[in-house]
Design a protein around this ligand. Structure first.
Ligand SMILES: Nc1nc2c(c(=O)[nH]1)N[C@@H](CN(C=O)c1ccc(C(=O)N[C@@H](CCC(=O)O)C(=O)O)cc1)CN2
Length: 299
């Protein structure tokens, strides 16, 4: 049976390190890290994630701001909020929770965030830095950055000689994940819905990352014996066995089958998910260090 990679515990380690770095920053006389979280509308899952981000920011000793805007907020009003946060010297990180309501152009909003405060790592400047290996100053999207820390716990930092297959090519997870694995010297293949014989390709992977958003798509016989399996999916599916109208969370990997073949595997919940919020804190404290002209801390 596979080693279960405990994302909750690694995320807690990251948060503890962020707390210590925040105290060290104050001791140096610099401004404490500031994180502004912006949510538009009332999507229930987004409300939970945003509350958790604001709470963790406070726990880390940050100046924590939350802008909760109604669903009818216009694009122009949201851009004005971001402009104000860009100009606010007490704010080192700006995060606009996704998805945004349909009448707002999310791409335009993201590109309005100052790249040096883009702790989500979605701005073209940060995407370009990651793509060209400028990792000293890039902000890397939180979910792939967290997934890499989990992989490092099992495989170490240098992944030379290992084959990685990333299933999914989104801008938020699949593509940055592929770039991070490449930067760690993996041989990387990005698979997607048009890939031929996906099970056979997946079986070549020493590191298999599933980020497709399809419940339990990756089956046990897709997993090479001993592989490290990272499940980025968070899917809520009906669970009639728990009672009428109840649901449960599953990943993109059929966990029980895959765990029989894998060397190590992330569970859902409790794997990659908690790392997303921890890495947001890590990016924000890094932004505050850079703004103070100090060396960027590493995680
Ligand atoms: N601006 C952003 N929007 C969104 C991001 C993002 O990184 N930036 N990612 C996701 C949602 N997300 C954070 O925002 C997020 C998702 C899941 C978790 C998490 O801890 N999941 C738990 C399970 C939670 C549950 O019970 O529902 C787990 O996997 O253990 C944290 C953050 C979309 N939007």
């Amino acid at each position: 049976m596979a080693e279960v990679i405990d994302g909750k515990s690694v995320a807690e380690d990251v948060v503890q390190k962020v707390k210590a770095l925040t105290s060290e920053l104050s001791a140096k006389g610099a401004t404490r890290p500031g994180l502004a979280v912006v949510i538009v509308g009332e999507d229930p899952a987004s409300q939970v994630y945003v509350a958790s981000k604001s709470r963790t920011a406070k726990e880390c000793g940050f100046h924590s701001l939350q802008h909760t805007l109604p669903a009818e907020t216009t694009e122009a009003e949201l851009l004005k909020t971001i402009g104000d946060l860009n100009a606010d010297l007490s704010v080192h990180g700006i995060l606009v929770q996704l998805p945004l309501p349909g009448h707002i152009d999310a791409g335009k909003v993201i590109q309005t965030i100052a790249p040096e405060k883009d702790v989500d790592g979605f701005h073209f400047i940060n995407v370009g830095k990651l793509g060209t290996g400028e990792l000293e100053t890039a902000f890397v999207p939180c979910t792939p950055a967290g997934s890499m820390l989990l992989i490092e716990r099992v495989r170490g930092k240098d992944l030379s000689g290992l084959n990685a297959v990333v299933v999914g090519r989104s801008n938020i997870v699949g593509k940055p994940m592929a770039n991070l694995l490449l930067a760690a010297n993996c041989t990387v293949t990005v698979a997607h819905s048009r890939t031929k014989d996906l099970p056979a390709l997946a079986r070549t992977a020493d590191i298999l990352v599933a980020a497709v958003g399809r419940p339990e798509m990756v089956k046990g016989d897709w997993v090479k014996p001993g592989a490290t399996v990272v499940d980025v999916g968070i899917n809520r599916i009906p669970a009639p066995e728990k009672g009428e109208g109840r649901s449960r969370l599953v990943g993109d990997v059929a966990y029980a089958e895959a765990a029989k073949a894998a060397g190590a595997i992330t569970p859902v919940p409790g794997g990659v998910g908690p790392m997303t919020i921890a890495m947001l804190m890590a990016n924000t404290v890094a932004s505050a260090y850079l703004a103070a002209g100090l060396k960027r801390p590493s995680f």
